[in-house]
Design a protein around this ligand. Structure first.
Ligand SMILES: NC(=O)c1ccc[n+]([C@@H]2O[C@H](COP(=O)([O-])OP(=O)(O)OC[C@H]3O[C@@H](n4cnc5c(N)ncnc54)[C@H](OP(=O)(O)O)[C@@H]3O)[C@@H](O)[C@H]2O)c1
Length: 327
């Protein structure tokens, strides 16, 4: 299993021998085949996440795929041998899936989607459920809506582009550097805004025919939200779901005049609500089966190379998901 004994950079991660123990009531022991890496784990490791590690050494990891090895008391619906994905439903202070075997709550499991291998089974749920929760469940994006997607090359950003295309909306990808523009166009972005080369508000207004975008889907936060709000149409929605900038976010004055909804959001809103989660899982499964959702894996690493995987995660060179294969 992977643990860290102090908060800090990728080098604090240690691959250690350890027995996850037997699953308790409502828990399942999973033999992990693949782990989906998320920026949240780098933030948790460095003490900059929404919650701090409660005690050290601490575990890590919220998303995986594997095979059920044993079930605890009261568990129904999953039996040993079942192939499953682990959804982000729990606090990393309680469970962590960076391991060859991990105990998780049964509520975090769904059957591995049909036709999906273990690597993709570990790369599906965080990106697509996060994007679904904001675009469909919250903002009800529809045909013709222009959606600004910042950090668009992230696994969540790419998922949002695919959702927009399915919904008939117009995805405008925002990235810092020109290096990722071609990949974002290939991923389906109708337009790409490179913030190091052009002014964000003007570019977004231009790409929305001057009217402003209907939705901003933003994990960067900080002062840039004022520029995004300035490019949002009256009555539009700005969903802030991360804090990559590390800076405080102002409440833009323009949001008052235009009646914007500025909303914080995490995927847990969806995954911890049985009914909303059921709808989201059904939507994503259908997308995978019909092919309008296609998980984008940038690169895979071995579990022993978890330090290198985290260095790469923080390099910002990736376009899509980083997956760790186990065994
Ligand atoms: N609220 C939730 O439930 C939830 C769920 C999943 C993810 N998230 C958040 O979504 C974000 C993306 O997660 P991920 O795991 O998909 O990320 P990722 O694949 O690691 O991608 C992150 C991308 O964000 C951009 N970026 C990084 N630092 C930035 C900065 N300071 N300013 C602007 N852009 C920056 C980079 O793209 P460019 O270099 O092209 O700009 C980078 O490639 C993270 O903030 C994560 O915490 C939130």
């Amino acid at each position: 299993m992977v643990r860290f004994h102090e908060v800090g950079g990728p080098d604090v991660l240690r691959v250690e021998q350890g027995d996850p123990g037997a699953p308790g009531a409502g828990e399942v022991l999973v033999r992990v085949a693949a782990i989906g890496l998320n920026r949240a784990e780098a933030s948790f490791r460095s003490g900059r996440y929404l919650e701090q590690p409660r005690s050290l050494p601490a575990r890590l990891g919220a998303e995986a795929a594997g095979t059920v090895e044993a079930v605890g008391a009261g568990v129904t619906g999953f039996a040993p041998g079942a192939e499953v994905s682990v959804l982000p439903t729990f606090s990393m202070n309680d469970y962590g899936v960076y391991a060859d075997r991990a105990v998780v709550p049964v509520d975090s499991l769904v059957p591995l989607p049909g036709g999906v291998d273990m690597a993709r089974g570990a790369a599906v749920w965080m990106p697509y459920l996060t994007a679904y929760g904001a675009l469909v469940d919250t903002a009800r994006v529809g045909a013709g809506d222009v959606v600004a997607i910042t950090a668009a090359s992230s696994s969540v950003g790419l998922a949002a582009i695919q959702l927009c295309l399915h919904l008939g909306a117009v995805p405008v990808a925002v990235t810092r550097t020109a290096g990722k523009a071609a990949a974002l166009r290939a991923a389906g972005a109708a337009e790409v805004v490179v913030t190091e080369e052009e002014e964000t508000t003007g570019a977004l207004l231009r790409h929305s025919g001057g009217a402003g975008v209907r939705l901003v889907f933003d994990p960067v936060a900080g002062p840039g939200v004022a520029d995004l709000a300035a490019a949002t149409a009256p009555g539009g929605v700005v969903v802030v779901y991360g804090s990559l900038s590390g800076q405080e976010t102002p409440f833009p004055r323009v949001a008052v005049a235009k009646g914007l909804a500025l909303r914080g959001y995490t995927v847990f809103e969806l995954t911890r609500d049985a009914e909303r989660r059921r709808r989201g899982v059904r939507f994503v499964n259908e997308g995978l089966v019909r092919g309008w959702l296609r998980p984008t894996i940038d690169r895979t690493f071995a579990l022993d190379d978890i330090v290198a995987a985290h260095h790469y995660l923080e390099s910002n060179r990736q376009v899509g998901k980083i997956v760790v294969e186990v065994g």
